[in-house]
Design a protein around this ligand. Sequence first.
Ligand SMILES: Cc1cc2nc3c(=O)[nH]c(=O)nc-3n(C[C@H](O)[C@H](O)[C@H](O)COP(=O)(O)OP(=O)(O)OC[C@H]3O[C@@H](n4cnc5c(N)ncnc54)[C@H](O)[C@@H]3O)c2cc1C
Length: 346
Amino acid sequence: MSACQSTQLKTFNTFGISANADHICTVTSIESLVALWHEAMEKHQPILLLGGGSNVLFTENFKGTVILNRILGIDIKESETAWHIHVGAGENWHGLITYLLKQQIYGLENLALIPGNVGSAPIQNIGAYGIEFKNVCEYVDFVELKTGNSIRLTADECQFAYRDSIFKYQYKDGYAITSVGLRLHKAWEPILTYGALVHFSRENVTPDQIFDAVCEMRQSKLPDPAVMGNAGSFFKNPIISAELAQKIKLEYPTCPQYYQNEESVKVAAGWLIDQCHLKGYSIGDAAVHTQQALVLINKGNASGQDVIALAAHVRNEVAKKFNIFLEPEVRFIGSEGEIDAVECIS
Ligand SMILES: Cc1cc2nc3c(=O)[nH]c(=O)nc-3n(C[C@H](O)[C@H](O)[C@H](O)COP(=O)(O)OP(=O)(O)OC[C@H]3O[C@@H](n4cnc5c(N)ncnc54)[C@H](O)[C@@H]3O)c2cc1C
């Protein structure tokens, strides 16, 4: 089934940017998704697939059809050692976690409260508090829209990396993720490496305690998009050469750095932005959040162009001070589809 509705995108992106689309349609089956894609192609209209709209920035009006993927369903099977969960791409990610917790199926607690849909989780390999999607992924199903053929990739074939996967490159245009398969071990192991989680004891912590602690940390640190438009971390944490990292550490011993391998080190982008004294800095209604420098917010009526100008300023200031060039984690959507975010802010 597909249903088309109003053309204002403001309520369909967590940044709360006002932009129009020619059509906004909801699909609840693979068949209707494929049919809608063909209909748009015949009319030479661009197509944009959208889940929860929590990782996009609309830079202008979209001159085509936005398809809201609402293919639902949660199917749970078990083997001797694990739960195998097949989930429709249109299910809400946090809703899935709370549902599984109620069924006493554990392993996703650390990823609680990440906004958006299940089908988007593999695309940037979502991660938080010591876990990434790739750690729980068994497979990803997607459809080639032109032929209607369904394809399944194993987790290994998805080429997951930090905020990255094959779905940003080889299977980007002309493909839609329709479901994912998760494997959660029955022998639950808590992951307590980050934030307030380090204070729990491995021996007696429960999944519900981790879930509650993660929700509490996120709610205290991140602005709620329902109250203040944002798309979470605006920039990726840059991975820089060990040499540059060492130089920065000598000058700024408190700089948070995470060892990747002998040649590279990940640096906290929020810390870099904060060192440039940019918290609260604004252009139009777009601003750097006052508590969390990595988050750019919409104070009310920011346009996509305001956010671009602000992001360009942040990138510039960080580059001047540290010789590090930040790259957006958020995907930029122009009038005909995704545009190069780095180019936009360079
Ligand atoms: C407050 C806040 C906190 C956040 N915290 C985190 C965090 O801790 N960790 C983290 O990793 N991310 C975080 N994010 C980012 C975001 O939640 C994730 O990237 C999420 O997976 C995006 O899901 P979505 O459904 O909203 O994707 P959307 O924004 O709807 O889409 C993202 C991209 O995927 C494409 N797409 C969507 N659905 C499909 C599909 N079915 N098939 C093919 N392509 C598709 C879209 O075209 C777009 O390019 C946060 C965002 C916010 C607002």
